[in-house]
Design a protein around this ligand. Sequence first.
Ligand code: C2E
Ligand code: CA
Ligand code: CA
Length: 661
Amino acid sequence: MKKISIRLFTIFVFIFLLLSESVIFYTYYLDSKKTTENLLQENIKANILDLKHFLDKNLKKDNIDELTTYLDNKVNSNPLFDDIHIISQNKKLLYTTNRSAHQTHTNIPCKTISQMKHSNMYTQRCYTFNIRQYNRLTPYYIKCNVYLDTKYLHKIENKIDTFLYYSIGYFLFFFLLIWFVVKYIIIHPLEKLRQFAYYSTKVPKEFFISELESIRYSLNLTFKRLKKEQQDLYTLSTKDSLSGLDNRLNLIEKTKWLIAKDKRSHEKFALLFLDLDDFKNINDSLGHEFGDKILQHISKRLLKSVRENDIVARFGGDEFVVVLPDIEHHNTILEVVQRIMQEVSLPIVANSLKYHVTCSIGISIYPDNGNTITELLKNADIAMYQSKNRNKNNFSFFTKDLDSAVQEKIKIQELLIKALDENNFQLFYQPKVDIKTNKIIACEALIRLVDPDEGIIPPDKFIWVAEENGIIIPIGEWIIKEAVSQIKKWQNTTLRDIKVSVNLSAIQFRDSNLLQKIDTFTQDINRKNIDIELTESVLIKDFENRLEIIKGIKKLGISLSLDDFGTGYSSLSYLKNIPFDTLKIDKTFIDTLYTKDDLTFVNMIIGIADNLGLNVVAEGVETEGQLQLLKEINCEQYQGYLCSKPVEPKEFEELFNKILV
Ligand code: C2E
Ligand code: CA
Ligand code: CA
């Protein structure tokens, strides 16, 4: 049984069924043939006995008509009888019911009634009996031959045979049908099932019955594997592979569900958007593998800091989102936020390195700061940026003001891109005045964005945005080119000696071709006519490199001014190391100049500048009083509304010529 293939087994079953069916039918066939034969025998026997009885009684009588009518009737009424002969002792045919046929009948062998039982009814053609008669007490015998209708008998036999053939044919057809049905409904699916069951291993050629057990086992394994794969897939689609936290998709799903729930119950929840501070530096300096380890540590700590039903998800990169359901007080949020910040900032030891990580968090609250997950995420992100701006390692709640600031920033970004495209920038010029002679000797070029729809937008509003997204680099190039073109225009006028100061942003130093560009742009002018203003912020990063560029600018013959002096780090070492020509005292020191006593700091700066051989420009001079005080301490130049605010070139020319006169 073990080694019988399914195909062979099915064939055996079919042959067995076919054989048993054949035996049953053949037996039935023989039986019905016998029964019919018996019935025929009975019928013939009864008719012959009836005939014998009639002849016994009536043969003596001379009523020949009655006799012949009886005999004819017998033949006509019984389809089994073909003919009846009455034959005399000397074998003379006395009477026949079918006179035309007697010739053929006479040679047919006849059997007696007693032999009937042992003869084959279907082949027997004639029966005979004697009727004893007396001629004056001398008996003599008259013979009666009864001829059967063999055609009719064959017909009956054929009918039974035909029934057998039809039955066999029908059952053969029926079995063939069953065979195909079994093959296509049972064997084929079983075969497929088997292929499927063996899908990871080699499928054996023959399909044995014993395999059904291994198929069951294999399918069992397959189902278990499928279940595991299903679970893995679920984890893959809902969890972040690195941290094991919920992924972005799952976070969105869960928060959507929370929104639907809290909408009904009028409850609040908080969404915390968390970004690690300076994570890029870790990745860049210590490698991505180390970065990944840090992310895993932070993920564990986040889970540790929150309650069980809080949602913690990795949003991507070094961004995480924590959702705190059922918030009753702001205090609950504050507690969690502080716990998170504390946990995150604990030192992390990985690869025998100790590292401190901090994070910036932005918080939005449902439904106060948004009704959808998109809004809540966006607003928490805005608040997070606010924390970054507040020196990082901080948290901020989203406010409407924050939102309008962000909207404003987005609008300005669009205006900047448009302005670059449509040339909507303009340079204004503000005079720098020689305090002793009261004459304009220089000016500062200050940019304006003149939007056709929004009007004039001052630089305070857009420079920082341009710096943040890097647009300041192409804008800065335009400023230099524009200033140079203005200097050229003034070359053959009274303004030929004027020095034009151009502000250079720290971000422009990220452009590795800065020096080369300045060189190219200023080819066609006397570089004595141009000055570059820098703030200390330029030197916070990448000091050595930038110092080289600054020295390069100086080498080109362009003078340098240190802008907003006194407001930044104001390290005196800058002044020693960098070849500045001018110090610009920031407006905040001038604003507070009312009496001589207020001059201490400005005086000190002038002293230092004198020692280093630098010019001094006081910025933001608005009053005659301020000017007088500056005059007293020998400040060389001033810039401020007292003389003029920044104006368009034409107006500047008029102003210059007026004062000149
Ligand atoms: P800054 O370089 O310190 O420019 C001086 C600013 O003080 C100018 O403002 C000027 O209009 C303003 N100011 C001058 N005198 C007075 C005064 O007496 N009273 C008052 N209240 N203000 C006075 P502005 O033009 O709005 O520029 C603001 C800042 O925008 C500049 O400060 C500079 O940091 C930046 N900026 C302006 N133009 C450019 C530029 O072309 N390139 C770059 N990178 N930055 C620029
Ligand atoms: Ca300036
Ligand atoms: Ca300034």
